[in-house]
Design a protein around this ligand. Structure first.
Ligand SMILES: [Zn+2]
Length: 255
């Protein structure tokens, strides 16, 4: 039976997600930004929390672990590299591990760049990717540790997933991402249409999550750093894609 996914807002701009296995009743929260909206989402869906899958150690992704675990007894799965920072972790995961939520299986991919401990969860059978703060709708995470080349490598790997794969990200930064994307890639018709969609979604208090790998490859400037238009936009014609990516990321930081 396919996984069911429910997404909802937490804090100011975080996006919470619940993944439910209808066969066994298991249900995982992807990260734990805020207790009340997660409990409200559980009440709304009627699902019972059995697991929390942590993408990375930042406070806005782990701060509700304590109360949720106390209230539900759920298992906490966290990146091995964040073992000293994620509270109450029951299982530590690395590249190549598989995590089960009931009978659903997620591959653990280490996707550093936003921070060194970041992992993404890939539910291959359902083609659902939980990318945390690595890849956003029309954007990508800030590089807070390491080198932009690390994030570029992680994004390249995610971009290799099938086009129809759904991407759930950790924040709704879509409007500001859309404004930057239009500045960097102004002649991209698919992007113009997507940006209009983002405006309409915002006006209706919705957000463009999930997105798909195919949509992001067509519209997200950070996945399009290998295209000549993007190289031109940062005055790096002929440069390696990773250098274009680095320049785009620096431009976005100042944008
Ligand atoms: Zn973060």
């Amino acid at each position: 039976m396919p996984a069911q996914v429910h997404v909802f807002r937490c804090l100011t701009d975080n996006i919470g997600a619940l993944v439910h296995d209808p066969k066994t009743g298991a249900c995982a929260a992807i990260d734990a930004p805020e207790e009340a909206p997660i409990l409200a989402a559980l009440a709304e869906t009627g699902w019972r929390l059995t697991d929390i899958l942590v993408t990375h150690r930042h406070a806005d992704h782990v701060q509700a672990i304590g109360p949720l675990k106390r209230g539900t007894g759920c298992r906490v799965v966290a990146p091995h590299k964040a073992r000293d920072q994620v509270p109450l972790a029951d299982a530590l995961v690395r590249e190549g591990d598989t995590v089960h939520v009931g009978e659903l299986a997620a591959h653990v991919w280490e996707t550093p760049g936003h921070c060194a401990d970041h992992v993404s969860y890939w539910f291959a059978a359902d083609r659902d990717l939980f990318a945390g703060d690595t890849l956003f709708t029309l954007g990508c995470g800030r590089v807070l540790e390491g080198d932009p080349a690390d994030l570029w490598a992680s994004l390249q790997r995610l971009a290799g997933l099938p086009d129809e794969s759904r991407v759930f990200c950790g924040h709704d930064y879509t409007l500001s991402n859309a404004r930057f994307a239009l500045a960097a890639d102004p002649d991209n018709e698919a992007l113009k249409a997507r940006a209009a969609e983002a405006e309409a979604a915002k006006a209706a208090d919705r957000f463009l999550v999930p997105t798909t790998i195919g949509q992001e490859k067509a519209t997200n400037p950070f996945l399009r750093a290998g295209e000549p238009e993007l190289a031109r936009a940062v005055h790096k014609e002929g440069a390696a894609a990773v250098e274009v990516f680095r320049a785009l990321r620096e431009w976005k930081n100042r944008f």
